[in-house]
Design a protein. Structure first.
Length: 164
């Protein structure tokens, strides 16, 4: 009887597997190497168009992983690029889309007045297997749409690296 009970208990633990650790969860994170690759690709795309920018990559929690400022990017661009990346991660949407949601009245206009929030284009989420793993922000191109072009190039450069 005891042998059957012990065997049943062990079998139950095997079936439970990782679920036995209730209260914990697993997340995916970009390595510094992947974050650097995205930043360099975004910077390269901007340079190819003659734009001097700053590129910021943040992790899923909004913490800066990479910051690259080109030689002649304006002094405001490091803070702005970081804020765009942070905003995209924080609100789980690209900054261009968030700006439109606010303009359409589908999101409160007060969002744009919160600390560290930048609703100009150029901030995008970086996703892998349906989860946000980080964000990219670009500042210094001639327009928010131009910033978006460079951000997309950075994401495209790492798509294969973060595919799950």
């Amino acid at each position: 009887m005891i042998k059957k009970t012990v065997t049943a208990a062990l079998f139950g633990l095997l079936l439970a597997g990782p679920a036995a650790a209730e209260g914990l969860f697993t997340t995916k994170s970009m390595t510094p190497e992947v974050a650097i690759k995205a930043a360099q690709a975004a910077l390269g795309a901007c340079r190819a168009n003659g734009w001097q920018v700053t590129v910021a990559i943040v992790d899923r929690g909004g913490n800066t992983q990479v910051l690259l400022r080109d030689r002649f990017a304006g002094p405001h661009t490091p803070d702005t690029a970081t804020s765009k990346a942070w905003t995209a991660v924080s609100f789980r949407t690209n900054t261009t889309a968030l700006r439109q949601l606010i303009a359409d009245g589908k999101a409160p206009k007060e969002i744009a007045k919160l600390p560290n929030v930048t609703t100009l284009g150029g901030g995008m989420t970086i996703e892998a297997a349906g989860s946000i793993v980080g964000g990219i922000g670009i500042s210094g191109a001639p327009s928010p749409a131009s910033d978006d072009i460079c951000a997309k190039a950075g994401i495209d450069a790492i798509t294969a690296d973060i595919a799950m």
